[in-house]
Write a protein that binds this ligand. Structure first.
Ligand SMILES: C[S@@+](CC[C@H](N)C(=O)[O-])C[C@H]1O[C@@H](n2cnc3c(N)ncnc32)[C@H](O)[C@@H]1O
Length: 214
């Protein structure tokens, strides 16, 4: 990557060093962080031998949980710094491959139908609204028929719920947060059903199942 300080992942490069520590001191955005990650692993039904794609892998906290269950994980992330921190935490023999990718939700770089599960935590809200449908289609494209997509993130029921939260919580920055009504419609267009569970006033774990038609 170039040294262009304007690239958005720069803020993640800087944050990487203390990212894991900072989670505990941010109960607003990262409230119930450990529960959310555990719930994503449960929702994706991670089991030994599964091929899992973790998008926005960060410092590998979710990927390490999947590996602990015997899965093989490929973790994609745009940030050099986050990936460097992840590499420090990942045993060189662990079944995790960490790969830098500029827009991993939009272009995973993998063929159709190869992952048993696509997972992600606290990263999908970095995808712009207009390209979220493309990101949903890309996740479904690389998923094996019958596979599961599981995401934990800052998400709102709809645009109104987001507006209310932005006004209520001064710590909540405006970002292109997903809306459940739009995600349900997008997954439904692919023949998949979305299950949604709320963890905090701003975070949900969602998972899509069903045979995709893409
Ligand atoms: C808040 S961290 C979450 C990291 C990790 N998934 C976790 O739950 O601890 C957000 C991560 O998303 C990555 N990211 C930023 N923009 C992204 C994008 N457009 N697509 C995918 N990942 C992105 C960042 O580099 C960072 O590693």
């Amino acid at each position: 990557m170039s040294d262009n300080v304007d690239r958005p992942e720069c803020s993640f490069d800087k944050w990487a060093e203390n990212f894991d520590d900072s989670i505990a001191s941010d109960p607003g955005c990262f409230g119930r962080y450990e529960d959310v990650l555990d719930a994503v692993v449960e929702a994706a039904r991670i089991q030994p031998g599964m091929q899992v794609l973790d998008i926005g892998v960060g410092t590998a906290n979710l990927a390490l949980r999947c590996v602990a269950r015997g899965a093989h994980v490929i973790g994609l992330d745009p940030s050099d710094g986050m990936l460097a921190k992840a590499r420090e935490k990942v045993d060189q023999h662990a079944s995790i491959q960490l790969i830098q990718s500029a827009q991993p939700f939009l272009s995973t770089g993998y063929p159709d139908d190869i992952f048993d599960a696509v997972v992600s935590t606290y990263a999908f809200h970095h995808v712009e609204h207009e390209t979220k449908p493309d990101a949903v289609r890309e996740m479904a494209r690389v998923l094996k028929p019958g596979g599961i997509i599981a995401i934990g993130d800052l998400i709102f029921e709809n645009a109104r719920a987001e507006q209310e939260a932005v006004q209520k919580y001064e710590w909540l920055d405006e970002e292109p947060f997903s809306h459940l009504d739009e995600l349900r419609a997008e997954f439904s267009r692919l023949g998949m059903t979305l299950d949604c569970h709320q963890y905090t006033p701003v975070s949900w774990v969602i998972h899509a199942t069903g045979i995709k038609q893409n």
